[in-house]
Design a protein around this ligand. Structure first.
Ligand SMILES: [Zn+2]
Length: 147
């Protein structure tokens, strides 16, 4: 599993609001499980954006936390069509920002509660203990839903 740190409220929008594209400054060849970590910095100007409001942004939600892992997704694809001034656009939807690499996230699973962790910029490898805690949490949540 790899991880990315995303500023709030964007991390929340991924975890709760159906945000299926993460705008990143770099591409990656990695595909597979991706831990979504809310970084310590908040993009305050984004909190009022219609997209974020429509995603149900709620600062009181536990997953509005900063400095914590809040969800797991599958990194399914990366679109770089609009990087380097590409003007043809792409079909990545409203979350995609021009000029950025669009990391497509599938099968997003919000964690039942945030797990405090230090993040880094770009793609980083979560510690084995953090991965174990995330997987235990998701397994327990799935079992509770099944029951
Ligand atoms: Zn795109």
């Amino acid at each position: 599993m790899q991880a990315i740190s995303v500023q709030q409220p964007w991390a929340f929008a991924i975890a709760r609001g159906g945000k299926s594209v993460s705008n990143q400054g770099a591409p990656t060849a990695y595909r597979g499980p991706l831990l979504i970590h809310a970084s310590m910095r908040v993009d305050l100007s984004a909190c009022d954006s219609p997209l974020v409001q429509a995603a149900g942004w709620d600062p009181r939600d536990p997953l509005a936390a900063i400095g914590a892992a809040i969800a797991v997704a599958d990194l399914a694809a990366v679109c770089s069509a609009t990087v380097d001034g590409g003007t043809d656009g792409c079909a990545c939807g409203p979350w995609a920002e021009p000029g950025m690499h669009h990391w497509h996230l599938a099968d997003v699973r919000a964690l039942p509660r945030p797990i405090v962790a230090l993040g880094r910029t770009d793609l980083w490898e979560p510690s084995a203990s953090l991965v174990a805690e995330v997987e235990t949490m998701l397994t327990t949540a799935a079992a509770n839903q099944a029951g």
